[in-house]
Design a protein around this ligand. Structure first.
Ligand SMILES: [Zn+2]
Length: 289
């Protein structure tokens, strides 16, 4: 895109004030989406509660998720904006020590990354990849298991979009890899929230997308859905066990009459459908004897 096009079809802007990276002291500017003026035209909400957007004639395709992780272009320290300056000294040291590892790992998966300029889908997906690595070093006060789950799911979505633009680049393979990662972290996050190892505070934005926070119900539903779609299938026994577990998690969402009245119907309907699908598969597996 030429500079002139950039001006008239502007879709993002860089922060006025520089941001200082607490890990390597580099100053940089954060890119954000301009969402007004008909730039974002909401499309379908997928089964995974992912909000898609219709391309606009003037501005083309936009992917708000690309900008949600704050990434230092120099040391690749990457977390959600609310955590960026809140990381304690002891973790800063660990993040510093792991810089080379971070830079090497991400460049094995994504070629020619550039976080100093306008981001593309590739930088968006890579940002979540880096966030997964960074949250791995933080303690439970940062809800790292849930944030790795969320980041893996969003990376899978962006990689899926990339695949549709660039067939044959293995982005579909990578997307599946991140879906499986998401399934692993989502189930771990629910278990750790339930046994108190990593409580999820009210301030956590559960997403899973940026347009709406579906809260803890959303977490339960997505966990069940990912287990259903990406859980173990090597043999019947394991599949049955995983489906029963997914059913148990999703059923927590229904509650009793009064409690479910306040829940958005979008998620209740989707959860009921999922519950029925899992029941059907369980019955079929059992009938096979
Ligand atoms: Zn840095």
């Amino acid at each position: 895109m030429s500079d002139e096009d950039r001006d008239t079809k502007k879709t993002t802007f860089f922060s006025k004030n520089p941001i200082m990276c607490p890990v390597c002291d580099t100053s940089f500017y954060k890119e954000d989406l301009l969402s007004g003026g008909g730039r974002l035209i909401a499309g379908e909400l997928t089964e995974e509660l992912h909000r898609t957007y219709e391309p606009s004639k003037k501005f083309g395709e936009l992917y708000p998720l690309v900008y949600a992780v704050l990434v230092c272009p120099s040391c690749y320290y990457a977390v959600y904006p609310q955590d960026f300056h809140e990381v304690k000294e002891e973790f800063i040291e660990r993040l510093k020590e792991e810089t080379d590892k971070r830079v090497q790992s991400v460049s094995l998966v994504f070629k020619d990354l550039d976080f100093t300029n306008y981001r593309g889908l590739k930088e968006g997906a890579a940002g979540y990849f880096l966030a997964i690595m960074c949250y791995d070093l933080l303690d439970r006060h940062y809800s790292p298991t849930f944030k790795r789950a969320l980041s893996a799911l969003r990376a899978a979505w962006l990689l899926d979009s990339l695949h549709r633009k660039a067939f044959g680049e293995n982005y579909d393979y990578l997307s599946r890899l991140f879906y499986r990662k998401a399934r692993f972290f989502y189930i771990q996050s629910v278990e750790m929230a339930q046994n108190g190892q990593e409580p999820l505070e009210a301030k956590v934005n559960f997403g899973p997308d940026l347009d709406k926070n579906y809260g803890y119900d959303g977490l339960l539903y997505i966990t069940g859905l990912l287990e259903y779609r990406y859980g173990p299938r090597q043999d019947k026994e394991r599949r049955l066990k995983s489906l029963e577990n997914a059913k148990r998690i999703v059923s927590k969402l229904f509650g009793t009459g009064k409690a479910s009245k306040n829940k958005p119907s979008a998620i209740l309907d989707k959860a009921r459908e999922l519950y029925d699908e899992m029941n059907n598969e369980i019955r079929q597996l059992q009938e096979q004897g």
